[in-house]
Design a protein around this ligand. Structure first.
Ligand SMILES: C[S@@+](CC[C@H](N)C(=O)[O-])C[C@H]1O[C@@H](n2cnc3c(N)ncnc32)[C@H](O)[C@@H]1O
Length: 272
């Protein structure tokens, strides 16, 4: 590590999705290159911070919903840099025995997660590429998570817009879905350009040359990610409209992220 939290070998002159998102959320684990991109995004998409916040708030509500369904095991793919409202904090507040495995390929996100989780024996982080589903599902921590066949809360929140069509995002979700035990739930959110093509095109351009190019999708393309599962009410909607907490005002109603939670049908074969 260099400094207190930067892993050796990280090129901090190149913006990463994890750190730009951290910056948009008001976090402190980002560098000038990330802040430059975040500032640029805000000039072209003035409500970018609110969109990021609405996504993070959806993640929280999705975990609380899953906890209400009795889920105590979570696999968070593309978990990002720990920030306010991490999955293990939400889940372990609901059920102290809840277990969480985070997966990300960004070294700063992983290093900071390791620091945060060092005294939590029910949460772990794995550095892996989520598009390698077989690799993720065979990681020791993930196999341990699946070991009793209890339902899993699978979180793929704001990650598929980093997965190009060549990697077939719907097939990727299906590979994970088919490994889940009965009663599992899947939460997905995805950025879209449906409501502001120009603003979102600026976001795409700002990330195009970095390690995390982005691919926004339409409502129908995002809906395909839930194939073979049953969306719970209210279905796939703008993130702020997914089971909003009482008292949420118009300030939270930005558009730009579709979000939904689905229940997995039937049984499954396990991680394989
Ligand atoms: C916008 S952040 C979302 C973080 C968190 N899921 C949330 O919604 O608050 C996207 C994260 O996905 C990670 N990511 C993107 N593509 C990935 C991949 N192929 N494998 C693992 N992580 C990936 C990035 O490094 C980043 O931390």
């Amino acid at each position: 590590m260099t400094g207190t939290w930067v892993p050796a070998g990280v090129d901090i002159t190149k913006p990463s999705a994890a750190r730009v998102y951290d910056c948009l959320l008001g976090g402190g684990h980002n560098f000038p290159a990330d802040r430059h991109v975040a500032d640029f995004i805000v000039t072209r998409l003035p409500w970018a911070r609110e969109i990021a916040g609405s996504n993070r708030a959806f993640l929280r509500r999705a975990v609380l919903f899953m906890a209400e369904q009795g889920i105590t095991r979570y696999l968070d793919l593309g978990s990002g840099i720990p920030t306010v409202g991490n999955v293990h904090e939400i889940a372990q507040r609901a059920y102290p025995d809840s277990r969480v495995v985070y997966v990300d390929y960004e070294p700063v996100a992983v290093a900071h997660s390791e620091l945060l989780l060092s005294d939590n024996d029910r949460a772990a982080v794995v550095r892996a590429d989520l598009t390698d589903a077989d690799g993720v599902l065979s990681a020791d921590a993930v196999r341990d998570l699946f070991d009793t066949g209890e339902p899993i809360g699978l979180l793929m929140v704001a990650v598929h817009h980093f997965v190009p069509d060549e990697k077939d995002p719907a097939a990727l979700v299906a590979r994970y879905r088919d490994a889940l035990p009965p009663g599992s739930h899947v939460a997905i959110s995805h950025l879209t350009a449906d409501h502001d093509p120009d603003g979102m095109a600026a976001v795409t351009r700002s990330m195009a040359d970095g390690p995390d190019p982005m691919y926004f999708r339409t409502f129908d393309r995002v809906a395909e990610l839930f194939d073979g599962m049953d969306l719970v009410e209210p279905g796939l909607v703008d993130a702020p409209r997914w089971r909003p907490e009482p008292g949420i005002t118009g300030a939270g109603l930005v558009r730009g992220v579709y979000a939904g939670v689905a229940r997995v049908r039937g049984g499954a074969a396990g991680p394989g």
